[in-house]
Write a protein that binds this ligand. Structure first.
Ligand SMILES: [Zn+2]
Length: 360
């Protein structure tokens, strides 16, 4: 395949400002100095490749009809991410036995967290092999050995099909602490699914990211900021599961849903103020929904630049990947209009470059 060289003249987001120049050399690396023979890339605004920090590549969220956990489904889902410029995906829970991690040519990079670790009845029943309390540490270390440095623990799960329902803790606080200690000692990190009060145990145990976190409060956010714990609020999914528009559920459930919604609208700006790393994750939305999630992050109170950072620079830094730095692999996305003013432009990139090759 012939090498490609690109010249990008664009305002660098999320910060923005005057347009500046960036080049992509024939080795697929970014350069701050001119590259001979470079072609102009379309677009007036540029972001580092987008990141979906919470997706499930082994599940068919987009109605492809492909078999759950199959290689074909994972690939189709990665293509859906690629089309909107998502070039890095953290898989936050896979069906047992499926391996989704690693790099594939021409596809977004994947950071896999292995299978969901949850007790019997403690998650969607058809996607887990239950992990009883006494087996949790060993299961976590086994997943870590086969994943990309992450383990996913389901700390609680709603007992009804309503997200605003009760979600009692699955494992006791000492066990959560033991799991986090063991995974950290082995060089890994822990993502914790939680919608109920177990979020306090998860934060105290030292998990590295809180997934959903519908029951967070400002005190816990302050603790997360101090510890460097990230929050992946998965707002598009949460808003859908709270059923705010459908007005489904009992009166008590609707009241709890409205209360959770109001709390999230206070927590997002508080997280930004306190310095918590907030990341964009699409969870059970169709693959390639990061643009919608960025829109939700703005709607719930993040500044547009912070919402873009949640899907790019903050996520890359958190996952240990470079952004638009000289010498880094050329993973970037350009737009004709400013996504800070119009988040919907994220749905239609002017160009997507993965490892130096233009794919959109
Ligand atoms: Zn999830």
């Amino acid at each position: 395949v012939a090498p490609q060289r690109w010249h990008v003249h664009a305002s660098r987001l999320p910060a923005g400002g005057e347009a500046s120049d960036l080049w992509v050399d024939a080795a697929g690396r970014l350069s701050s100095g001119p590259v001979a023979g470079a072609e102009d890339l379309p677009g007036r605004f540029v972001l580092p490749g987008l990141v979906d920090a919470h997706a499930h590549l082994t599940l068919d969220m987009s109605g492809t009809g492909l078999r759950r956990g199959s290689r074909q489904l994972v690939d189709a889902n990665l293509v859906a991410h690629l089309r909107v410029g998502v070039l890095l995906v953290r898989d936050a829970g896979a069906v047992p036995g499926a391996r989704v991690g690693g790099d594939r040519a021409g596809r977004p990079a994947v950071v896999a967290a292995g299978r969901w670790l949850a007790p019997a009845g403690g998650y969607l029943p058809d996607v887990i092999e239950p992990v009883p309390a006494e087996g949790l540490v060993a299961a976590a270390l086994a997943e870590l050995a086969a994943s990309d440095g992450w383990v996913k623990v389901v700390a609680d799960f709603p007992t009804s099909d309503r997200l605003a329902g009760e979600a009692p803790p699955h494992y006791d606080p000492d066990l959560l602490r033991a799991v986090v200690g063991a995974v950290h000692a082995a060089g890994g990190r822990v993502a914790a699914h939680t919608t109920g009060p177990a979020v306090a145990d998860a934060v105290a145990a030292g998990v590295d990211s809180v997934e959903h976190g519908v029951s967070l409060d400002e005190g816990l956010l302050a603790e997360m900021a101090a510890r460097g714990t990230a929050w992946v609020p998965t707002l598009t999914t949460v808003a859908m599961l709270l059923g705010l528009e459908s007005r489904a559920g009992t009166e008590a459930e609707r009241a709890r849903a409205a209360e959770a919604d109001a709390r999230l609208r206070e927590l997002l700006p508080a997280a930004a103020r306190l310095g918590v790393t907030v990341l964009a994750g699409t969870d059970i939305c169709p693959h390639g929904s990061v643009p919608q999630e960025v829109g939700y992050l703005v709607r719930y109170g993040l500044e547009p630049a912070a919402a873009l950072a949640a899907a790019t620079t903050s996520a890359r830094a958190f996952l240990g990947r470079p952004a638009l730095e000289a010498g880094a692999p050329a993973d970037l996305v350009t737009y004709d209009a400013d996504p800070r003013e119009h988040p919907e432009v994220l749905r239609r990139p002017a160009a997507v470059v993965l490892g130096g090759r233009r794919v959109v």
